[in-house]
Write a protein that binds this ligand. Structure first.
Ligand code: SAM
Length: 302
């Protein structure tokens, strides 16, 4: 039951997982652009997601029947976990009705509607009577919650004794561009990223929290902790340019007013379909750091 936590740094190729982090609720356009980023991210970094679900299966064993996807978004994790655990059903929990509606439609279209149910809820306030989850998957969602410590207590209560919580987080937006991507604005992406980090510090203060400590404080036993620094270089997957465009478009929206007008104009040249547009460039390198914690609710004392 008690295992030591391992911490592995890995500079890998072909793995990763990335999200936008602006506040999206109640704004359909923002939901749409987030949905696009989430789906492209899952496509580009599919090998990483596959490796993560394999790691989960090693600890969870064959008996996984009920999975909760907490902050499910478009269902990238739901999809990967349905495939990994063919006898499982997934409860997709999200506070965004638009995300859940899209998810339901997508899984119905794939013929998997019977294996997915949805729960529209603030995941920070408990999981509506769920007490039998074999696995809770929380990818890029816990940092959105107002009070993650209370939320983790709620997750613990939703897990059966012996059940697993997988927390996947990331260090912010991915990087794509060389320093001189726009000749007269060197360092453009770094400045935008710094502006975004400042915004995140205000809007999503739990981004980068010490999740291992929070899980332990809630009485969960952290069995694995991994950090992977991911880097994709040419030849990139076909969707990489569109992914860069979707992410940088969201960054453009978030940093409007926070960076110099000349930087905004330079960002526009990367997005406007012209010769510098990220969808046409051959100098993109996709870099992102992903973290994973796997923690178990201890089995009940005999
Ligand atoms: C960055 S997305 C991650 C989506 C998905 N887990 C993935 O990795 O592709 C965060 C998701 O959490 C949802 N979310 C944010 N705050 C929430 C809350 N308080 N309760 C439930 N879901 C929430 C958002 O609507 C969004 O779908």
């Amino acid at each position: 039951m008690t295992s030591s936590a391992s911490h592995v740094h890995h500079d890998g190729h072909g793995h990763g997982h990335v999200h936008g982090h602006t506040h999206d609720h109640g704004d359909t356009g923002q939901d749409d652009s987030l949905a696009e980023v989430l789906d492209l991210d899952a496509e580009i970094f599919a090998p990483y997601l596959t490796s993560v679900t394999a790691r989960i299966a090693e600890l969870a064993g064959d008996g996984v029947r009920h999975v909760v996807d907490l902050g499910s978004g478009t269902g990238t994790g739901t999809s990967a976990l349905l495939e990994r655990f063919p006898h499982a059903t997934v409860t997709a929990v999200d506070s965004s009705p638009a995300m859940l509606a899209g998810l339901v439609e997508a899984f119905r279209a794939k013929g998997l509607g019977e294996r997915v149910r949805t729960l529209e809820a603030d995941a920070g306030t408990g999981l509506a009577g769920i007490t039998d989850a074999d696995l809770v998957w929380a990818s890029a969602s816990l940092h959105h919650l107002d009070d993650p410590a209370t939320a983790i207590d709620g997750i613990r209560a939703a897990l059966r004794p012996g059940g697993l919580l997988a927390v996947a987080e990331l260090d912010g937006m991915p990087h794509f561009l060389p320093d001189d991507a726009v000749a007269d604005r060197p360092g453009l992406e770094t400045r935008c990223r710094e502006a975004l980090d400042g915004l995140h510090a205000e809007q999503v203060p739990h981004l980068g929290a010490d999740w291992g400590a929070l899980l332990t404080a809630s009485g969960l036993v952290v069995e694995q902790e991994r950090t992977e620094r991911l880097e994709l270089r040419a030849p990139l997957p076909a969707a990489a340019g569109q992914y860069a465009h979707a992410v940088l478009g969201r960054i453009r929206g978030a940093v409007d007013g926070l960076v110099a007008p000349a930087d905004l104009a330079a960002l526009d040249t990367l997005l406007d379909g012209g010769p510098a547009d990220v969808r046409h460039r051959d100098d993109l390198v996709v870099r992102s750091t992903r973290e994973l914690w796997l923690a178990r609710r201890p089995a009940a004392a005999a």
